[in-house]
Ligand binder design. Structure first.
Ligand code: CP
Ligand code: NVA
Length: 310
């Protein structure tokens, strides 16, 4: 049994195995329907219990489809219907009950501590479906998408991130840049630089990260330009003020023109004003393919958790 909580805790061998498995599974599903099951039904009879303490469209649907394709079931709990959220039951007891009935637990939460507490008390795999500090299923899937489009190992590519550099998605991307050994340029306002502890960890582990406090130089010669919402779900900030602080950190056609000619644009979604419509809806944007790929990678993440990856 394995958990999937942070990219930095998973070996590169396993991360690559997940991506390879997803690639094989995707290639075998070209002509079949969304809910048809994968050959071999590797997780037949299992139950994934999921709980979202924060909004979700893509993660919710892609986990549901992933589960169906593996021929198991998904049950989504509403936090406001549990005794836990009203203080009527402890987290430890809730975790034990979920472990008794379910085969795996996927949690989207507003508290990293809660994720750790669940992990401590669970006897089934737990998957982080987004927390304030990381979004590992998204970023692993994004690596899959990049390698699928670029047809090369990500270690040979230069990735650029523009925008808030202190949120869950960039944290996981920083961890991934160390694990997969790719160059990562970050363009962000000084006030929103990456978390210092994470950067120190990256430096100690030979991370290839460069930080710029503007967009153009960070985008130069890159193969992929990423951004994310300026205001994340967990942000407890003055939104108007933060949006103003990011007015020069928008992915526009001019920014994309400084990246390589064949550069692509990615965004985990939902989007805000951090990208122009022209880029988001333009030819270089691969955001729909990026969203769809969540299904394939999540299937392989589930198989990793059950130690069923071939
Ligand atoms: N990208 C992503 O995680 O989307 P949702 O918040 O809609 O799940
Ligand atoms: N950083 C964003 C990601 C949304 C999928 C947030 O946490 O809201």
């Amino acid at each position: 049994m394995k958990h999937f909580i942070k990219i930095r805790d998973i070996s590169i061998k396993d991360l690559k195995k997940i991506i390879l498995d997803a690639k094989k599974r995707k290639s075998r599903r070209k002509k079949i329907n969304t809910l048809d099951t994968d050959k071999g039904e590797p997780l037949k009879g299992k139950l994934l219990i999921q709980m979202f303490e924060k909004s979700s469209l893509r993660t919710r649907i892609s986990f549901y489809i992933a589960i169906k394709q593996l021929n198991c079931e998904a049950l989504t709990l509403r936090p406001d219907e549990l005794h836990l959220s009203r203080g009527g039951e402890s987290l430890a007891d809730t975790a034990k009950i979920i472990s008794t009935f379910g085969s795996a637990f996927m949690l989207r939460t507003d508290s990293d501590k809660k994720l750790e507490e669940f992990k401590k008390h669970m006897t089934i795999p737990i998957i982080n479906g987004l927390s304030p500090s990381s979004h590992p299923t998204q970023v692993l899937s994004d690596i899959f998408t990049i390698e699928e489009i670029k047809k090369k190992s990500i270690s040979k590519l230069k990735i650029c991130w523009i925008g808030d550099a202190n949120n869950n998605v960039i944290n996981s991307l920083i961890e991934a840049s160390v694990k997969f050994s790719f160059k990562l340029n970050i363009g962000c306002p000084k006030k929103y630089q990456p978390n210092k502890n994470l950067l120190n960890w990256a430096k100690k582990n030979n991370g290839k990260i460069k930080i710029f406090n503007e967009c153009i130089n960070s985008a130069k010669y890159s193969d992929v330009v990423f951004t994310d919402k300026v205001i994340s779900m967990n942000d407890k900030v003055n939104k108007e003020k933060k949006l103003k602080e990011f007015k020069n950190f928008k992915v526009t056609t001019e920014v994309m023109n400084h990246a390589k000619k064949d550069a692509i644009f990615l965004h985990c979604l939902p989007r805000g004003p951090e990208v122009s419509d022209e880029v988001f809806l333009g030819k270089k944007s691969k955001v729909w393919q990026q969203a769809l790929n969540r299904i394939y990678v999540q299937k392989s993440i589930l198989l990793y958790c059950f130690e069923k990856l071939r």
